[in-house]
Design a protein around this ligand. Structure first.
Ligand SMILES: O=P(O)(O)OC[C@H]1O[C@H](O)[C@H](O)[C@@H](O)[C@@H]1O
Length: 434
């Protein structure tokens, strides 16, 4: 992986940074790296995630999915960190990503439509919840089971569960003697893509999960005490320094359709890990070149509160643009779509830079399992570094849990601090008279 921070340096106006600042920051990076290494050494909560490439047992995953390895579709029932890692990997690497269907939301119309389109007898069900208590996941799982039963298809033969050692999902799995995989100890959901939490659908859909883990291991081996030698830390340190200087938004913009979902995964990682104590960068999801024609105006000329992260593979497929013999299209003659996309990418970085707006470039060699494993791991390491530098608790998400408790309390009719707050929430309703 390669990180080019040139377009974030030397920008005159805020939130730009300069090299001298980075030199100073490098000492703090060295200290943070020591803390991260110690946390990894002791398998401490959260830091343990950075040991997954060597800890994850790919054989155990392959064995657990063997009864459903010929499934045409995989239906993942999970939400947040229990869905986004797998979705990111299959979107990027599965030959036919449409074969991975994700039920995370509980929008009834969406659930109904999704299930009515699926050939259930050819579908493996992958239920994932670290806590085993998430209402959306449990509700969707109960609906899925019911639909299988209604259509007279045995769901117990097609279901794999990944969950912790206790909780309602574990109980449901035990009752039916379903194959289960463990959630690794000490790993928050949003950091668990490179474990059974993220690897079951890719394994069923033919992705080389061993290579993904090898890519993660490459990035782990590359972590060192200086940001000038560690791309993951260079990214984290620059993102942190820019946030300090007012970049409250991180617009994450891959130039590859297959990485569009990666931006969703990044959004959870960055928001839940770093959005604390009045700090954090709001992740904005964008896709190059599509969003050049929709959001770039704001990034270049709106408030000076952003850093744009662009990501691309160095190698792309070859799709030549045919020469139509038109004078006005001569600039396209002899090019191919990848060249055009790369030109768009370069133009975006240059355009931001020319307007003194910081951008950071991340490049991977090609969009294959090894590079994606490296990118996932390096982004996590960058996030952990930012958390260290900012002094926040990277691995918790108390604000999200408040909402989870409130929703559960509302459904059960309990009188709790959270449900009372919901009842007393401010309202100033304007209706159209009906
Ligand atoms: O895996 P689960 O326990 O079902 O949790 C799913 C998700 O729930 C919450 O929203 C947490 O904030 C997320 O970090 C987590 O990924």
């Amino acid at each position: 992986m390669h990180v080019d921070i040139g377009a974030a340096l030397g920008t005159v106006a805020e939130p730009g940074i300069d090299e001298a600042e980075l030199e100073e920051l490098d000492e703090r990076v060295a200290e943070a790296h020591e803390r991260i290494a110690a946390g990894r050494g002791d398998d401490e909560f959260g830091y343990a995630a950075l040991n997954l490439p060597e800890r994850t047992d790919a054989d155990a995953i392959r064995e657990a999915v063997s009864p459903v390895s010929d499934a045409e579709y995989v239906l993942t029932v999970g939400i947040g960190g229990s869905a986004l890692g797998a979705k990111t990997i299959t979107a990027a690497l599965a030959e036919d990503p449409e074969r991975h269907v994700v039920l995370d939301n509980v929008d009834p119309e969406h659930v109904e439509r999704t299930l009515s389109d699926l050939p259930l007898s050819e579908t493996a069900v992958n239920v994932v919840s670290k806590s085993g208590t998430t209402a959306e996941t449990l509700a969707n799982f109960l609906v899925v089971r019911d639909v299988y039963e209604y259509r007279d298809v045995d769901w117990t033969e097609r279901t794999v569960v990944t969950t912790g050692e206790s909780g309602p999902l574990r109980e449901l799995a035990d009752e039916e003697d379903l194959p289960t995989l463990p959630v690794p100890d000490g790993v928050p959901g949003r950091f668990s893509a490179l474990s059974s939490v993220g690897l079951v659908p890719p394994a069923i859909l033919g992705v080389d999960i061993e290579e993904l883990l090898a890519g993660g291991a490459d990035a782990a081996d590359g972590l060192g005490p200086s940001l000038f030698e560690t791309p993951a830390y260079a990214y984290g340190a620059v993102a942190y320094a820019l946030e300090e200087r007012g970049a409250a938004v991180n617009a994450f913009m891959p130039y590859a359709e297959r990485l569009e979902v990666f931006a969703e995964w990044f959004a959870q990682l960055w928001a839940e890990s770093l959005g604390k104590e009045g700090r954090g960068q709001t992740p904005a999801r964008a896709l190059g070149a599509t969003d050049q024609h929709s959001q770039l105006q704001l990034y270049r000329a709106g408030p000076r509160d952003k850093v744009v992260t662009v990501v691309r593979p160095r190698e792309r497929a070859d799709v030549p643009v045919p020469d139509a013999g038109h004078e006005s299209l001569s600039y396209l003659a002899g090019t191919d779509l990848g060249e055009l996309l790369d030109a768009e990418y370069d133009a975006t970085v240059a355009s931001l830079s020319a307007a003194d707006r910081p951008a950071v470039e991340i490049e991977i060699d090609s969009l294959d399992a090894r590079s994606l494993g490296e990118l996932l791991y390096a982004t996590e390491a960058a996030c952990v570094l930012v958390g260290e530098l900012a002094g926040v608790e990277t691995f918790t998400q108390p604000a999200v849990e408040w909402g989870k408790r409130a929703a559960r309390g509302l459904l059960s009719g309990e009188d709790t601090e959270e449900t009372r707050t919901v009842d007393e929430r401010p309202s100033y309703l304007i209706s159209d008279g009906d």
